[in-house]
Design a protein around this ligand. Structure first.
Ligand SMILES: *Cc1c(COP(=O)(O)O)cnc(C)c1O
Length: 429
């Protein structure tokens, strides 16, 4: 069988950097990526025969774990009936209804194929509806690789140490206002200067692409208040938090009602599907009813809607309680194991979402996230990998627990983290 190394060599010749998305390349942690042969529940198996407890879980998309039988069955059944039509299907309606039932601020939904597309659509819609140009985003928040939003963008951009991206015109970025996360004074200043020109404020309600950074008390409510005063559209990017923090995502948890929301990851059940949704009057500005154009050949894809519906059907109260229990066990375990070896660590947790910073103080924004010890994270990452635990190959990502992770999986992960942290402490001194 072909090894990961041999595949990577071939990939480097024909795929830029050998990967289809930058963070996968292990650039910031060193070494070479492994190639996955199959996933099952909490586990990944690579083509070299190694097994890993997986805390990436397709960047949070696989909340039931890999190859969940209900998802596999739903997708197989859908595939046998045809993979794409470009004609309406019943499951698009069912999925839109399922989203509206769970998220009270969402009255109508447009299905798209990626979170990037959803963010792009939300920005265009907000600009079209308000007749304004500017959008405000927060440093370290990632909203996909939309030109206007690739400024101080967290995630892969942060992993590569880039301020933004080449190929984004000055014009595309000129209407983007960037403010530090959790910084009310900077927000006041930005609204005083740009409030009347702001079409939208985009925010990750729990920032999960600069590591995990919870919103400070009152931060989200303050955004709602400022947007109302300025006539700007509040867009919550719930691509990670949606259907993970609970049925109504972060907005349910923190009691904030956005005008628009974007979803992805969990909603697609591991297939390419995302959505933008919100106030009916705004959503009706989209074509074919309104003047804001948006379209997609594969939008509302039959396989993806089948997977999404199968996943949502399993995410009841009990499932979220179990996931939260597991996340808490992991967060407490990792904190005690790593700090117990004398390595400074912060393990923030918001409900079912966990983060990890090698830092001595809690992290509140992008600047503090970047000040965490990334070099030590790389060593911890490899120590864990050697012990069969796969965390994100970047210090700027969250840890994703799935319903397939058992208490035993978590406990073994924590034991591996203690050993890996011992090596980090030993090498560091
Ligand atoms: C992953 C992500 C996106 C982009 O979604 P893609 O499907 O990768 O385009 C947007 N926003 C957030 C918060 C994300 O985590």
């Amino acid at each position: 069988m072909t090894s990961s190394h041999a595949l990577f060599e071939r990939a480097l010749a024909r795929i830029p950097g050998g990967v289809s998305s930058p963070v996968r390349a292990f650039g910031s942690v060193g070494g070479e990526p492994f190639f996955v042969a199959r996933g099952e529940g909490a586990f990944l198996e690579d083509v070299d025969g190694h097994r890993y407890r997986d805390y990436v879980q397709s960047w949070g998309a696989s909340i039931l774990g890999h190859a969940h039988p209900a998802v596999v069955e739903a997708v197989a059944k859908a595939a046998a009936e045809g993979t794409s039509f470009g004609v309406p299907t019943a499951r698009e309606v069912e999925l839109a209804e399922a989203v509206c039932e769970r998220v009270p601020s969402v009255e109508k939904v447009r299905l798209v194929s990626s979170g990037t597309e959803a963010a792009m659509t939300a920005v265009r819609l907000a600009r079209g509806a308000t007749g304004r140009d500017k959008v405000l985003k927060f440093a370290g928040c990632y909203h996909g690789h939309v030109d206007a939003l690739l400024v101080a963008a967290g995630s892969g951009v942060a992993t590569l140490g880039l301020p933004g991206s080449a190929g984004v015109t000055g014009g595309a970025a000129a209407d983007t206002v960037v403010v530090p996360y959790n910084d009310e004074a900077a927000l006041d200043e930005a609204f005083a200067r740009h409030g009347e020109d702001l079409a939208a404020v985009l925010v990750e309600p729990v920032a999960a692409n600069m590591g995990l950074v919870p919103p400070a008390a009152g931060f989200l409510a303050g955004l709602r208040r400022r947007c109302d005063a300025a006539g700007a559209i509040l867009v919550l990017d719930e691509v990670i938090t949606g259907f993970r923090l609970g049925p109504a995502g972060a907005q349910g948890r923190f009691g904030v009602r956005p005008d628009l929301s974007i979803f992805g990851k969990v909603l697609g059940g591991g297939l390419p599907l995302a959505a933008v949704g919100g106030r009916a009057d705004l959503m009706d500005e989209l074509a074919p009813l309104g003047p804001v154009y948006q379209a997609g050949t594969l939008s509302g894809n039959p396989l993806a809607t089948a997977a999404g519906l199968a996943v949502l059907a399993r995410l009841d109260e009990g499932a979220y309680a179990e996931l939260e229990h597991r996340a808490a066990r992991l967060a407490e375990g990792l904190h005690d194991a790593i700090s117990g070896e004398g390595v400074s660590v912060q393990v923030p947790r918001v409900g079912t979402l966990v983060g990890l910073f090698l830092a001595s103080e809690p992290v509140r924004d992008y600047e503090e996230a970047r000040a965490a010890d990334q070099e030590a994270y790389g060593r911890l990452f490899h120590g864990l990998l050697r012990r069969g635990v796969y965390m994100a190959p970047s210090a700027f990502e969250a840890l994703f627990v799935s319903l397939a992770h058992s208490d035993e999986d978590v406990d073994r992960t924590v034991a591996a983290a203690a050993e890996a942290a011992r090596e980090v402490a030993g090498e560091g001194s």
